[in-house]
Design a protein around this ligand. Structure first.
Ligand code: ATP
Length: 295
């Protein structure tokens, strides 16, 4: 389990993280969503021990993260943003270098295992700078899963890939996520929709949403109603907040589907319904509203 407590980070006078809190349970795939500059990379670097926080702490399985210790390296696989791959190394040598860094003793077997999983066996002897972006990203993922860590921290894993490569990498992450705890940062909504069960949205260094994907997909529910008679808003007062769009058209705010109750009320009062539907904000609209982009 990962616990992030009151995390703050200052770059000079600039407060990039403003006291963030969240926790991730074992086995969850969490999407870490936020616009550019929101603080995703900073948070991930602190979780992985690459950077120290200015304030607050990270606790992994009950143990405080304090620098990039070997046992932490074994527990966490990290794919950094713009995956800084050493281009003049062969894929094998690159993985071998990281296997040593992580202190793995069954190196050959482990490289074979991750190469199979990420389907890079065909390019294992090639130099990294000769590979396509998609393959480079696979190599980055292979590095992250060396040693079979329980936790994967993936910073924008599909950035710069073409649509086919994106699908391949997403499927791979989903597959890996069956057994692991995954935090995946992105600013692409579809990525989260297709890969994650839970979503954290960060904006300007603050967590502005922490919820299951299905709940975030159905926010700000509203009933749209048009009838054949002029009615005062008070007519619908039992149903909650009502907005009048015209004399005969209304928006009733509700996350519950109360269309049956509304129909019954109208029927009992001899009112004919022209339109009755329920709508929710989609994830994209919710994201835009929470990160204060004009909708
Ligand atoms: P992106 O999606 O663009 O990668 P992000 O959500 O990962 O963004 P961070 O890279 O964590 O955001 O940056 C958060 C804020 O901190 C940004 O305003 C960024 O300009 C600033 N920042 C990041 N690193 C440094 C640094 N080394 N020195 C000064 N400011 C920094």
């Amino acid at each position: 389990m990962i616990e992030v407590k009151e995390l703050k980070k200052f770059y000079g006078n600039f407060e990039a993280l403003k006291g963030i809190n969240f926790s991730v349970e074992k086995g969850e795939i969490v999407g870490f969503l936020g616009p550019n500059g929101a603080g995703k990379t900073t948070t991930m670097q602190i979780i992985t021990g690459f950077m120290s926080p200015s304030y607050g702490e990270i606790i992994i399985d009950g143990e405080k993260v304090d620098g990039f210790k070997t046992d932490l390296k074994k527990k966490i696989g990290y794919l950094p943003e713009n995956n800084p791959i050493y281009n003049d190394l062969s894929v094998y040598d690159y993985l071998s270098f990281f296997a040593d860094l992580k202190g793995l003793d069954n190196k050959k077997r482990e490289i074979k295992r991750v190469a199979e999983l990420t389907k890079i066996e065909d390019v294992i002897e090639k130099k990294i700078d000769t590979l396509s972006k998609g393959y480079k990203q696979r190599v980055g993922l292979a590095q992250a899963i060396l040693g079979n860590p329980e936790i994967l921290i993936l910073d924008e894993p599909t950035t710069g890939l073409d649509p086919n490569q994106i699908i391949e990498i997403r499927n791979l992450i989903k597959e890996l996520g069956k057994e692991k705890t995954v935090i995946l940062s992105t600013h692409i909504m579809q990525e989260v929709e297709q890969t994650c069960e839970r979503v954290l949205i960060i904006n300007k260094g603050q967590i502005v949403a922490d919820d299951k994907l299905e709940n975030l997909k159905e926010r700000n529910g509203r009933i749209i109603l048009e009838v054949d008679k002029e009615l005062p808003v008070e007519f619908f007062k039992n149903f909650g907040e009502v907005e009048k769009l015209s004399e005969t058209k209304f928006i009733i705010k509700s996350n519950e589907d109360i269309r049956k109750e509304i129909s019954k009320l109208c029927y009992e009062n001899g009112i004919l319904i022209y339109e009755l539907k329920i709508e929710f904000d989609d994830l994209e609209t919710t994201f835009r509203k929470l990160t204060s982009v004009e909708v």
